[in-house]
Each structure stands twice: as C-alpha cells, then as structure tokens.
Design a binder for this molecule. Structure first.
Ligand code: ADP
Ligand code: SF4
Length: 689
C-alpha cells in the first residue's frame, strides 16, 4: 500500500466539532454550473468524495438576494426553496466519508445585482468592482443593515445545516467576500466602529462568527477564507496586516483558510505561478493561531504536500485545480500509485467555464462536469463494444486521449504518428516560455499508454489513405491536428490580404520548429489567446525588437478568462515589447506593415524586417477527405467507420482536443443518438401560472 512518507497526509484533522479523515482539502471552486446545473455540480463533487478527499467544499453560495453576481453562475441560498439543490450536493460530498463544506458569500462591492435589481450594499459607498466596470454603485451599509446582514448569515447557516453540511467557510478573499471588504482600508472607509483601526475592521468578522457559533456551532465547523495579500498598494489589506489580524483574532474560526487577495494572484496560471507559489505569504502564520491552517498552491506533488505539513506551514493541503484535473489524487497516493496522478497543467481553462458562463472544462480531465450530464467517470470507462481494432492517426492531445481511453475500454489500438514524439502541438508548445507544465498533457497519457499491452505506437508513420485502406482496421480515428495559417485569415480578414513575398514571414509553427527572424519584428495577433503574447516574449528574450499589433483593445484578450491578461501585458510591457492595441494590419509590404485603426480605419505604417503571423489555424484534414473519397473501398477493407476529431476537425484550445479524444473513445460502438440531445440537463420547473 502507500509509501509511509505520505502517512502524514492521511492523518485526521479536527475542525471545531467535526473531524476530517485526512489532509486533502478541496477548497471552494467555481464550475460554471452552479444553480443552473445543480445535479451536474453535485455529481462532480461526489466523484471527488469517491476519489478520497477529506473535505469538499461548494463554490461560493450567495446568501441573500441583496447581493448577487450575475452573470456569474454560482450557488444561491436565498430562501428555503434553494435547500434541496444544495442538499443534493452535500449528500454527494458525504457519500464516501468526506466532510461537506459550503462557502457563504455576501459579495458587497462585487455584486452588481443585475438579476434582483436590489441596490447593492457594501461596506463603503463605492462603484461596483467587477471584471466589466459595471455602471452601478453600492450604498454603504447602515448600522441597521449590518444587523440585518448578520441575521442573513445566520439564516444561511441554518439552511446550510438543514441541507446537511458539516462546515461553513466565510468568504473574505480574492476581493470577492464582504469580510475582506471590511478588513481592507481600500473598501472600508467607514468612520464608525466598523472602520478605522484593524480592531474595528475586524469587528464584523468577529460578530458573524459569534452569531454562527450560537446558531450552528454545536455541530458545524467554521472556517474563514481570508486574503493573504491584496497586492493593491498602501490602502490594501497586506500580508503584514493579515498577520496582525490573525494574531489579534487567532481563535476566531475553527480553521483559517488562506488565499490570495485577488483571484488572478491566487489562481495564477503556471505561466506565471509555480506550484506552492503562496508559500512565503503563508509561512509563519500557523504560529500565530491555535487553529489549523489550510492554503493552496496548485499542489500536485505528494512530496511538496508532505513538506507543507512537516514544515509546519499548513495543516491541510488546499486544492481546487489539482482536484479538478484529478479527483482521485488522494486515492492514487493512498494506493501507492502517484505516477497515475493526472497533474493539473495550470492552464486555467477550468476558470474560463465560470468566466464565460458556459460550463467548466478541464484540459487534463475531460470528464469534469460531465459526470452527471454524460455519466462519464474520470477513472472508469464504459465496457468495450462489439468491435476490436482501432487505428488512431496522430498523437496530439486528441489522438493520445482517444488511444488511452480506447485502450482502457479494452480495444486493440494502433497509434500512428508522423513525427517521432508523442504530444503533437503540446510537444512543441511546451518548449515556449512559461508553458513547460503543459507537457503534462502528453506525459500523463504517454505513461498510461505505455502501461497498456493493447496499444502499439508507430512513430515516423505519416499515413495516407491508401495505406489505411490496406491496413484494414475496423475503425479509423483521424486526429491529425492543424497548422497556423500564413495568409492572415482570421477575424479581421476573412479572405487573404496583400502580402509582399519580399517580407520574411513566420507562423507560430515556423518559430516552434526553430526558425528565427532577424531584425525588428512585428507580430500581428488576430488570434487573441496566448500564442501571440508568448511568441512576443520568446523573441524579446532572444534580443529582438518586438512590436505586437492587435485589433483588440487588449493584448491576448481572451486570456481575461484564464485570469492572466493583466500579467501578460505587465510582463511584455516590462520586457520592452511595444504593444499596439486597436490596430489591425491591412498590408504587408517590403520593409513595413500598414496598420489601420480599428475604429476609424486610419492607416499608419510600422517599419520592420520580419512579420510573425498569429492568425487562425487550418485543419489538417486532407487525409480524412481522401478517405471519404474512397468510401466505396471501406467495406472490402473491413473499415466500419472513419471519424475526424480534435484540431483536425475544428481547431481550438487543447482542452477541446482531449475532450474530443475522450468522447470518441466513449462513443465508439455506441447507439446512434440521432437528433437526441447527447447529455442530460435540468430545466427550470414551471410554476403554476
Ligand atoms: P490535436 O490537438 O487535435 O490532438 P495536434 O496538432 O496536437 O492535434 O496533433 C496532431 C498530430 O498528428 C501531430 O503530432 C502530427 O504529427 C500528426 N499527424 C498529422 N498528419 C498525420 C498523418 N497523416 N499520419 C500520422 N500522423 C499525422
Ligand atoms: Fe488544471 Fe487546466 Fe484542468 Fe484547470 S483546466 S484543472 S488549470 S489542467
């Protein structure tokens, strides 16, 4: 069984009146499903219970209709009607002996109340602070409002207890919860007994904890999630002030949950934050309190976890993303197979589900949020169907995941790859600045496939249609990827635009293959995700003079959804990359590009010696089309199906490719769904008129 080095991770931990069975603590995290998809969210938590987590929390749960964060979809506990949905979640969390926790949130200055139309109530009267600069202001809580708010917390706590929860987390981190708003001088500008001194700013937290202890403290543990450092300068709640706060109120909650002051800092992607990045901010805090301390840091390594506990830095290992990428992380350590852990790559695609109000996905774990919708389990595949042999062409994320999952089902799989490495785009992109952790997409699958006797991998095998027809596999899965376009077609240009062949022009594929421009470089970024910014960083590091031009108002604008847009701009500006926003490119000539203003069209030239074209990607689907053209030969060759998946079908982020691979494997030999919806969903029950 498990390595004794890891025993400490499996020791119980008392949190007030309740005891966690081990130190694996799934901190609250969003999932994009929330109140809209209660059964999907509950099943996702249930899978974590099965995977061995000792504590499992909900996402943030709005406690009262005077504070909600539409359009973000979290949980709601506004009235008794809301209890059954969250009770389902508590029940799933507790199904394998985990403690069920609920995070109670009053959003104050973060809640625009677009749905309820209530006037937002905040610690001080300030404009609402969201990602979208909403034109709404909050009014300051009066003393009587504060009394009401204390009661609303008690009401929510009672409802949480009725729903079956063991733990309550009071939210005061990431800039989002009202406890942080009271503590920070940036958001607390009151002159009464709730403002001014730290003691006054702590008053509300003390009152609410006392109220909740009276109301539910006999059976429920109370944790407080506070900001480690607001990182907004002098006015903000600093790490030093947090230490004073904990020293002053050491025994206040049953457990301290420490998380960064902004969500961007706390959930920073691997491009900007290492594992255990918050260690320095947390170290020493445990000595200030008799209560246990939990903290996060995208922990995926059991050795780092053990170090956190043994060094006395933390009492529990807080995980959100690592628990998404691998809900069975604790179990794999317990069963002495840490090499099977599907490590989070820190891409923050999971967060984009919340930010875009879709439903969360995970690059590493394609089953995330499909546990109930599709009945997908992260560790168990469905039984094998009637056929036997599958050929997968292309060993990128899509082909690798299809191979892994098909082999898991029991098919004999041949994986043919034109090159000599596994990983496809990931094998190349992992070499780019800050993206090395993305290689885990390939590493995890390469290892798993290597353990399977029913997989044969063929390198240097660029297959063509004739070869495939000759092989005679029953099913052919084409996962041949995509390449970056050279002609600039993307969003600004839907057809090619004038490009003088005299100008040296490079695509991201060229740079990843090791080609390099010389002299001054203009990067034209009409892709808007990470690639343009990453290549600017690469070339600037190598000493080039780099200008990045984008028609968007923001550099790498989609990365606002992965919480790294600010960090990208800050890094590139700091390195001396010239950032030109709101300008497209209309022509590439000898020695210059012509840019145009996105709004007025006004042209202006930028002199350069080379251009890097970050436009869109073309699917590599010629092989598929050739096979379709020979469909008449399939039956004689024994081919039952040919399917195109991943970037070869439609280029997208890596998570889309792993999902496509997994889906292919799940659905092979399955019943035809016809026009039916391929997943379950919940529809709001109609009220009697
Ligand atoms: P995805 O993200 O959809 O998995 P990638 O571009 O990462 O796509 O990977 C596609 C892989 O397919 C690459 O490793 C590429 O070398 C391989 N490939 C492309 N065409 C062929 C082919 N005809 N035969 C075998 N492998 C191919
Ligand atoms: Fe980690 Fe990316 Fe999965 Fe989020 S989507 S859990 S960051 S691998």
């Amino acid at each position: 069984m498990r390595d004794p080095r890891y025993d400490i991770l499996f020791t119980p931990l008392a949190i007030g009146p309740v005891t966690a069975k081990n130190r694996f603590y799934q901190v609250p995290h969003c999932n994009g499903g929330g109140y809209r998809d209660p059964s999907a969210a509950a099943a996702m938590r249930g899978v974590k219970a099965e995977g061995g987590w000792g504590v499992i929390f909900t996402e943030q749960c709005e406690i009262h209709h005077t504070s909600e964060i539409t359009p973000f979809i979290e949980l709601r506990l506004w009235e008794d009607q809301d209890i059954p949905a969250i009770a389902r979640m508590a029940e799933k969390m507790k199904s394998h002996g985990a403690l069920a926790g609920i995070q109670l949130a009053y959003s104050g200055v973060n809640g625009p109340n677009f749905y309820t139309r209530e006037v937002p109530l905040a610690v001080s009267a300030l404009p609402i602070r969201t990602f979208t600069n909403d034109p709404v202001q909050a009014r300051a809580l009066t003393k009587s409002d504060i009394r009401d708010l204390r009661r609303w917390f008690v009401n929510a706590a009672r409802r949480s207890k009725a729903a079956g929860f063991d733990l309550i987390c009071l939210y005061g981190a990431h800039g989002f919860g009202i406890f942080q708003h009271f503590l920070s001088r940036a958001t607390n500008q009151r002159s009464d007994e709730y403002g001014g001194s730290l003691e006054n700013r702590s008053r509300f937290a003390r009152e609410v904890v006392a109220d909740l202890r009276d109301a539910v403290g006999d059976t429920m543990g109370l944790t407080m999630r506070v900001s480690l450092d607001e990182t907004i300068g002098e006015l903000g709640f600093s790490n030093a002030e947090l230490r004073d706060f904990i020293e002053m109120n050491g025994d206040l909650p049953d457990m301290w949950d420490l998380a960064h002051g902004t969500w961007e800092d706390c959930s920073g992607p691997s491009r900007f934050k290492e594992e255990a990045a918050q260690e320095v901010l947390v170290r020493g805090i445990r000595a200030l309190t008799s209560r246990p301390v939990v903290g996060v840091g995208r922990f995926t390594s059991p050795d780092v976890m053990v170090r956190m506990l043994k060094s006395g830095t933390l009492d529990a290992i807080g995980c959100a993303r690592p628990s998404i990428a691998d809900p069975f992380l604790p179990k794999k350590i317990e069963e002495a197979r840490p090499e099977d852990i599907r490590e989070c790559i820190g891409c923050n695609i999971c967060i984009t589900g919340d930010m875009t109000h879709g439903i969360s996905r995970c690059t590493q774990n394609p089953t995330f949020m499909e546990e109930w919708r599709k009945g997908w389990h992260p560790e168990q595949m469905n039984a094998k169907g009637q056929s036997e042999r599958v050929l997968v062409v292309g060993a990128g994320p899509a082909g690798l995941e299809a191979t892994r999952a098909l082999a898991e089902r029991g098919y004999d799989v041949a994986l043919a790859e034109a090159g000599n490495a596994l990983g496809g785009r990931v094998a190349r992109e992992r070499m780019l600045p800050g993206l090395s952790a993305w290689g885990r997409v390939a590493d995890y699958r390469a290892y798993q496939i290597g353990q399977k006797p029913n997989v044969e991998v063929y390198f240097d095998s660029r297959l063509d249609a004739a070869g495939i027809v000759d092989f005679g596999f029953q099913h052919v899965c084409i996962a041949t990827g995509a390449h970056w376009r050279r002609d600039g077609v993307s969003r600004q240009h839907v057809v090619p635009f004038p490009i003088d062949p005299a100008m040296p022009l490079f695509t991201p594929d060229d740079l990843m293959a090791g080609l390099r421009p010389s002299g001054r470089v203009v990067i034209y970024d009409d892709d808007h995700y990470y690639m343009g910014g990453v290549l600017a960083e690469l070339l600037r590091r190598e000493g080039h003079e780099v200008t990045i031009v984008t028609p968007s108002a923001y550099l790498s604008d989609w990365t606002v959804n992965t919480l790294e847009q600010h960090a990208i701009h800050r890094r590139l500006a700091g390195m001396g990359v010239e950032i030109v926003l709101n300008r497209g490119v209309t022509a590439i000539g000898r020695g210059e590009v012509t840019t145009n203003c996105t709004y007025t069209g006004a042209p202006s030239p930028i002199g350069c010696d080379a251009v890097v074209m970050v436009a869109s990607r073309s699917p590599e689907d010629a092989l598929y089309r050739d096979l379709l053209a020979r469909e008449a030969e399939w039956a004689d060759a024994g081919i039952l199906s040919v399917k195109l998946i991943g970037d070869a079908e439609a280029p997208g982020p890596i998570a889309w490719a792993t999902y496509a691979g997994h889906r292919y494997a799940r659905e092979l030999d399955g019943a035809e769904l016809g026009d039916a919806l391929p997943f379950r969903r919940e529809v709001t029950e109609l009220a009697p008129e």
